[in-house]
Design a protein around this ligand. Structure first.
Ligand code: HEM
Length: 135
């Protein structure tokens, strides 16, 4: 059985990302990074991605191609503060699920690592000079 099945399959991921985006919607600085007025499509992309990552259907790749998350986040200034906001909403969303301790730990561990990997902007550095890339 995949991790996806073990934690309850589609309804679990639907609830997780729905609760997560409810949090994002109320978090002004984080919300401001999302280009679309409607968070529905972003919610759907994150759901498909997570379902695929945890061993469920691979609709994400069929629709979007290789995840390349770091590249896809490059247009958005992900600071440590934004990472922490993102993480806070994800942990709150996880708390609404009935995960056992082992699954909750594994999921949290993945989110911590993934969110940290996506930090691409140093909030204390000021604007990057022309031509300097921020990793
Ligand atoms: C660290 C803080 C993070 C911030 C501030 C952030 C922000 C964003 C923003 C603004 C978008 C564009 C919205 C859209 O889909 O139209 C996005 C897309 C996305 N993010 Fe994040 N994100 C973060 C972390 C993560 C993490 C940890 C994951 C995965 C575990 C993730 C997965 C995705 C996916 C799958 C998409 C859609 C990519 C696509 O197919 O275009 N993000 N994110």
């Amino acid at each position: 059985m995949s991790f996806y099945d073990e934690v309850g399959g589609a309804p679990t991921f639907e609830k997780l990302v729905h609760e997560f985006y409810r949090g994002v919607a109320q978090d002004e600085p984080l919300r401001a990074l999302y280009p679309e007025e409607d968070l529905g499509p972003a919610e759907r992309r994150l759901r498909m991605f997570l379902e695929q990552y945890f061993g469920g259907p691979n609709a994400y790749t069929q629709e979007r191609g290789h995840p390349r998350l770091r590249m896809r986040h490059a247009p958005y200034p992900v600071t440590l503060d934004m990472r922490d906001r993102w993480m806070r909403h994800m942990l709150a969303a996880m708390d609404t699920l009935d995960l056992d301790e082992g699954h909750a730990e594994a999921m949290k561990d993945y989110f911590l690592r993934a969110a940290h990997m996506l930090v691409n902007t140093d909030e204390h550095a000021g604007p990057a000079p022309e031509g300097r890339t921020t990793l």
